[in-house]
Ligand binder design. Structure first.
Ligand SMILES: [Zn+2]
Length: 96
């Protein structure tokens, strides 16, 4: 995924993950291959790309996940077990 795609998605930092452009996200989902869709359905996530956001030292793998409440979202492994958590759910928990 190049910078233009990131810009379309509205991703400039980690905090912006919860405010991804819905149309651009739909476009991303529509462009998935059959194998990627199968992976998403069977495993609950699919790797989209390795990205390096501003202020980060290295690239991190970004996954498309499907949240039961918020639909498709982009996330990256976090916490001790590297779990993929919906950024909108996190934002609601934090209450910001
Ligand atoms: Zn969610």
């Amino acid at each position: 995924m190049d910078k233009q795609v990131l810009a379309k998605l509205g991703i400039i930092s980690v905090m912006s993950l919860s405010q991804v452009n819905a149309d651009a996200l739909d476009h991303l989902v529509a462009g998935l291959s059959i194998l990627q869709v199968a992976r998403l359905v069977l495993l609950g996530s699919v790797l989209i790309d390795w990205l390096k956001l501003d202020g980060w030292k290295e690239k991190i793998p970004f996954y498309l996940i499907k949240c039961q409440r918020h639909g498709y979202q982009l996330s990256y492994p976090s916490g001790y077990n590297g779990s993929l958590v919906c950024p909108k759910c996190i934002r609601e928990k934090i209450g910001s």
